[in-house]
Design a protein around this ligand. Structure first.
Ligand SMILES: [Zn+2]
Length: 118
């Protein structure tokens, strides 16, 4: 019995974080959700990668920066492929990486991001 309840203390979020930010289309604070899609922009041997978030109401997009002007050869082919193919698992990995949100100064909406307790 006791070890079963201990298993509930898993800290791995099973859902991407939502973001609260002003939406220029809706004209107020909105909740942005992970679209599970990446945007990749290659410029010479540099690469930018974003995780695309979307306003829940109007689908206005917000790009969360994952990599900025990263040297292409430092990115593994596997990771690059994952970005190009909008790998859902990968999108979840970044969508739950708190440091990424901190770097982007994106406000995580803990109310809607937290899984209901019961
Ligand atoms: Zn909106």
């Amino acid at each position: 019995m006791s070890y079963l309840s201990n298993n509930k203390y898993s800290t791995v979020p099973d859902k991407s974080f939502n973001i609260i930010r002003r939406c220029s289309v809706c004209g107020g604070k909105s909740i942005y959700i992970n679209s599970n899609k990446f945007r990749v922009n290659a410029n010479g041997n540099r690469i930018d990668v974003w995780l695309i978030y979307q306003c829940k109401k109007c689908k206005h997009t917000y790009n969360l920066t994952i990599y900025e002007r990263l040297r292409k050869d430092t990115l593994s082919l596997e990771l690059y492929k994952g970005f190009m193919e909008n790998d859902e698992e990968l999108a979840k990995v970044y969508g739950t990486d708190k440091s990424l949100f901190v770097r982007n100064k994106a406000e995580i909406d803990w109310k809607s991001s937290r899984k209901p307790e019961k």
